[in-house]
Design a protein around this ligand. Structure first.
Ligand code: SF4
Length: 587
């Protein structure tokens, strides 16, 4: 193996530079010293003792580099906790930290998703990478400080992090590589590291990303196109052709049989009716509302065909006019591409007389659908599971029913459509089994899936239970509800609320406490869940909620509920108690 003449390395010299520096105990910035190895007692014994210890435990190097940085010998900032957790709230979430030992200019030609990349100018910058990795393992994989065995096993089984040697290593780099190897962090190298280390050889960035994707298929990497888009100005004003927006125009997706394909009636004029009939047996009337909305969204971003809602439905074609058949085909193809549906019948109607006859039928169908949506309950609609959050977290799953929608912004029907009509292996239907507890909505089937998805760590769950059998919180939780024992009341804080609850808690603090764990008294809840009539029925539901941010209270339509205080009514426990007493809330 070749080594670059560059930085020389002496652990003794590094230790000597830190002699006499007094390390504050329990400083949250000393993540490595807290999680891997506390170097302070060895430093106190002098540089020779550090050198002797380093022979058997290379991790001392990381702890020393962290102390050096702390003592301002090196620069670098710790990412603030809130910003750090937000890395996992992206779609897709970050699930791998990738560190290049040297700056990598080729990276600017690539876009990535699910990967957080750092590049080092200086060896000490490995400290920030390790901070990210250790916090990740602690928060989302529940790794205990100093449990190097579990951490190493985790690093071997999941690709949480990896390091790339992208230039000839100098002496300092080789010591870093030795310590990384000791910790079981996967190494990719563009240069020969000899036979002493296990590493994955790579031939450039394309090969690196290919190999990473083979190890973790959910990671996204792509080469950015060379050509820049023409600026909007140079393109000029595009041609527009509009159909609809008139009283007779409508759009509806129905659960009905029909001939798979596209049918056009009449010549495009000003009125338009779009009916999409889906004949697959798993599509029922309630699911069509979601598919209707989804098509709207898809055609918001389509290259040339746009759906506009407004009071009456409108179709807009950008660019040259196209035959009506082509518009119908674009809708058909888009739907087939999004969902694996067998029977899709797209009908585009421009004939005013026909539209006039159909309009009342469509209105009746939509009313029937609204009633069916209102009527459905957990006892007649299927249950689903979503494991998407296991991409970045142990126990990152939701069990989903009509009245217990996902804790993120996804809806029950979004999960249902993905589970039934896509190749996703992360969302699937589950059997609810027998009812074990009505108020907490505990079923044999949900217990079973909680055990399977948590590998036996979570044995019992109640879909509407907060204090006894809550589901684990995920990083995507829209809001977090928690029980305040002294009041026997429920507080709810939302992720977009920056302030404190009356007992001085923040969303991020609660998220960290509940993420990936079953913590009785803490649960992730979405806005849709708060609106459900069964909301946390096992703990008294809305009647026991005593505090939430005013924006959330408005969003979920609870402005008229007097016993729910907001940050505008009280800022501490004393003022909350008197607020509740005045309104007759018993605690
Ligand atoms: S919060 Fe739940 S439903 Fe939403 S992506 Fe994560 S596991 Fe899926």
């Amino acid at each position: 193996m070749m080594t670059r003449t560059g930085r020389s390395f002496s652990i003794k010299r590094l230790a000597r530079a830190l002699q006499g520096f007094s390390l504050p105990r329990n400083d949250p910035r000393l993540v490595i010293n807290h999680h891997l190895l506390d170097v302070a007692p060895i430093l106190d014994r002098g540089p020779e003792a550090v050198e002797a210890a380093y022979e058997s435990n290379p991790l001392i190097l990381f702890s020393l580099l962290e102390v050096s940085r702390f003592a301002s010998l090196f620069s670098g900032e710790l990412i603030e906790e809130r910003r750090f957790v937000q890395l996992f709230r992206r779609r897709p979430p970050v699930s791998t930290f990738l560190h290049f030992l040297h700056p990598e200019p080729q990276l600017e030609h690539y876009g990535t998703s699910g990967i957080f990349i750092s590049q080092a100018e200086e060896p000490s910058e490995i400290v920030s990478f390790l901070h990210n990795l250790l916090r990740y393992a602690e928060i989302f994989f529940l790794c205990e400080p100093r449990d190097i065995f579990s951490l190493s096993s985790l690093l071997r089984s999941h690709l949480l992090a990896a390091v790339v040697v992208n230039d000839e290593p100098d002496e300092f780099d080789l010591h870093l590589v030795r310590a990384l190897h000791h910790l079981n962090i996967p190494l990719f190298s563009q240069v020969d590291l000899g036979s002493y280390y296990n590493y994955i050889p790579v031939q450039g960035i394309d090969d690196l990303f290919d190999k990473l994707r083979r190890l973790r298929p959910t990671l996204g990497t792509h080469r950015l196109p060379e050509t820049k888009r023409e600026s909007a100005k140079s393109v000029g004003i595009p041609e527009r052709h509009e159909y609809g927006g008139t009283y007779l125009s409508f759009y509806c997706v129905r659960a009905m049989g029909g001939i798979d394909g596209v049918e056009v009636r009449g010549k495009p004029t000003e009125d338009v009716g779009l009916i999409v009939d889906l004949g697959d047996t798993d599509v029922d009337i309630t699911l069509t509302a979601y598919i209707e909305d989804e098509l709207y969204l898809l055609f918001k971003h389509h290259q040339w065909l746009h759906f506009e809602r407004g009071e009456f439905f409108k179709l807009t074609v950008r660019g040259p006019d196209r035959p009506a058949e082509e518009l119908g085909r674009a809708i058909y193809d888009q739907l087939k591409h999004q969902f694996s549906l067998q029977q899709v019948s797209v009908k585009l109607i421009f004939d005013a007389l026909r539209l006039q006859t159909l309009k009342p039928t469509i209105a009746a169908y939509q009313e029937e659908r609204r009633q069916a949506l209102d009527r459905r309950s957990d006892f007649d609609a299927p249950f689903f599971a979503c494991t998407y959050c296991q991409r970045y977290s142990r126990n990152g799953f939701c069990l989903i029913s009509v009245n217990h929608p996902p804790q993120c912004e996804l809806s029950y029907d979004a999960i249902r459509a993905t589970a039934l009509f896509t190749d996703s292996t992360e969302m699937f239907s589950i059997k609810k089994g027998e009812l074990l507890d009505r108020s907490n909505m505990r079923f044999t089937g949900t217990d079973k899936f909680a055990r399977i998805l948590s590998q036996g760590r979570i044995r019992e769950v109640g879909l509407q239970s907060l204090s006894v059998w809550p589901l684990p919180v995920t990083a995507y939780a829209q809001n977090i509800a928690y029980m305040k024992e002294e009041l026997g009341g429920i507080f709810i804080i939302s992720s977009d609320y920056d302030g404190y609850t009356p007992d001085q808690k923040t969303f991020w603090e609660l998220l960290r406490k509940g993420v990936g764990r079953q913590v009785p008294g803490i649960i992730g809840v979405s806005d849709a869940h708060i609106r459900s009539p069964e909301f946390l029925a096992g703990d008294g539901g809305i009647s026991r909620v005593v505090w939430m941010p005013s924006a959330l209270k408005k969003r979920v339509g609870l402005q008229k509920v007097l016993h729910i205080a907001t940050e505008r009514d009280c800022s501490n426990m004393m003022s909350l108690k008197s607020y509740l007493r005045e309104r007759g809330f018993r605690f």
